[in-house]
Ligand binder design. Structure first.
Ligand SMILES: Cc1cc2nc3c(=O)[nH]c(=O)nc-3n(C[C@H](O)[C@H](O)[C@H](O)COP(=O)(O)OP(=O)(O)OC[C@H]3O[C@@H](n4cnc5c(N)ncnc54)[C@H](O)[C@@H]3O)c2cc1C
Length: 429
């Protein structure tokens, strides 16, 4: 049985690996020349199942409004005439209600905790190194930001996620490189959360998958999905007006990140997926003793600082309304400012390598994994700002769903309520 996976980001490559393990013939189609070249390339690398959080959170609209016109705003809004953006914002605002937040966060955590287990299993099975580090420290500059974390803290307690609120001195005991020149109201430490280099992991898994028989076709862009009488087929973009190449499959798994919505629309499947642009800067460590040991998040600026081997990754900001991935100097200055605020002498900040990417974001937060109303077409998309943390679990879930649809196995190992395309009325009737 042949499965085509569209997209070789973290989600597509993990899915392809597990599909092959389940005994399928697997072809991955990717428009770029290598795996993990889009959202999965320059992300912050944080794997924090205890703290995966929907952007649609109580207090967020007010926080965004408050900082909208600040130079170093964590969220930048570029109003445009794009109706998809306005529909997205309307739904997002509805999801900021405390009860919706709770539901969405628990759904995301379900995938993220499962994913961490899958990642650890894969890591030991395949002996993959990906510059992993342990522990996640949230920094709150002001008491107001600390207060905004109250609903998240309540959920940590409710779900018995190991965590500890610490004062400024406690933060510095966990991360001795933290300067005391920047005001710090307190921190939240999640000792079991972690971080790692996402593209490094994906490239290694791609090698293992290829060795196991998965066929990867790079520089291969999918133009459209076609519903044929005998099943689904995938039409490739063909330059120069030549007759397009068409590939048949028993199942198609769409894991094309922000490119997914455009492929679904002609089939009548409308997914409110919107690109939310972010930036990262990668900096060589110059002084080991003054550099972070693990992953941190400046909650006030929503900027993550992660240790990746002999480099620091600083990532954040969210821009809504811009589909271009140009490097905006003000956003990059914010990243470097935040890193310098906390670790002033840790790295060669003036030689940072800069990157911009688009998070494939749904308004409520949890991804969509599962069968659609188009026979044979499955989705694995919408992982937003936590797709690396959910990648292994999402891949395993999709493979288990496809195997179950072929009469093999019992389906996913976790409860899929609220995580399938049924959430947006896209599932089989
Ligand atoms: C600044 C920033 C920081 C982040 N930090 C974190 C973090 O700390 N932790 C975390 O868990 N997540 C983080 N994320 C989110 C994470 O990077 C994404 O959720 C994740 O990479 C999404 O993976 P994906 O495979 O769905 O998408 P992608 O990696 O974008 O992969 C999709 C692939 O599909 C291909 N494609 C699209 N259309 C087509 C087509 N028509 N034909 C063929 N191929 C196609 C693309 O080329 C691409 O390679 C961050 C994101 C950003 C931008």
């Amino acid at each position: 049985m042949h499965v085509i996976v569209i997209g070789a980001g973290a989600i597509g490559v993990c899915s392809a690996w597990y599909l092959r393990q389940a005994g399928f013939e697997v072809t991955v189609l990717e428009r770029r020349g290598a795996p993990a070249q889009e959202a999965s390339f320059g992300n912050a690398g944080v794997i924090a199942p205890g703290y995966v959080t929907p952007w649609a959170a109580p207090g967020m609209p007010r926080k965004i409004l408050r900082t909208l016109f600040e130079r170093e705003a964590p969220v930048v809004f570029r109003p445009s005439a794009d109706p998809a953006m306005w529909r997205w914002i309307t739904r997002w605002l509805r999801e900021c209600h405390p009860e919706r937040y709770r539901i969405n966060k628990l759904r995301m955590q379900r995938v993220a905790f499962y994913s961490r287990t899958c990642l650890h299993e894969l890591r030991s099975e395949l002996d993959i190194e990906y510059e992993q580090s342990r522990g996640y420290l949230q920094l709150f500059r002001t008491q107001r930001d600390l207060d905004l974390a109250a609903p998240a803290l309540a959920l940590l307690r409710e779900n018995a996620v190991p965590h500890r609120l610490v004062d400024a001195a406690g933060c510095r005991r966990i991360e001795p490189g933290l300067t005391d020149d920047t005001p710090l109201a307190g921190g939240l430490h999640l000792p079991e959360d972690e971080s790692g280099n996402c593209p490094m992991f994906v490239r290694r898994l791609h090698q293992h998958a290829e060795a196991a028989g998965v066929r990867f076709r790079f520089q291969t862009s999918v133009a459209r999905l076609r519903i044929a009488s005998g099943g689904l087929s995938v039409e490739l973009e063909t330059p120069g007006g030549r007759v397009p190449e068409v590939l048949d499959a028993d199942r198609v798994l769409l894991a094309a990140g922000v490119g997914s919505a455009a492929l679904l629309r002609p089939l009548g499947l409308r997914v409110p997926l919107y690109p939310v642009k972010g930036y990262s800067a990668t900096v060589m460590v110059s002084d080991e003793l003054q550099a972070p040991l693990g992953a941190l998040m400046d909650e006030s600026f929503k900027v993550a600082i992660t240790r990746m081997g002999n480099r620091l990754r600083v990532a954040g900001t969210a821009e809504l309304g811009s589909r271009r991935l140009d490097l905006r100097p003000a956003a990059l200055n914010t990243l470097i400012k935040v890193a310098r605020d906390w670790f002033p002498a840790a790295g060669h900040y003036n030689q940072a390598t800069l990157w911009a990417g688009a998070r494939p974001m749904l308004p409520d937060g949890p991804p969509l994994i599962g069968a659609t109303s188009v026979p044979g077409l499955f989705l694995n998309l919408g992982h937003g700002s936590t797709g690396w943390a959910m990648s292994c679990g999402s891949g395993k879930i999709a493979a288990d769903q496809i195997a179950a649809s072929a009469g093999r196995g019992d389906g996913p190992a976790i409860d899929m309520d609220g995580l399938t395309p049924a959430r947006y009325q896209l599932a089989p009737a």
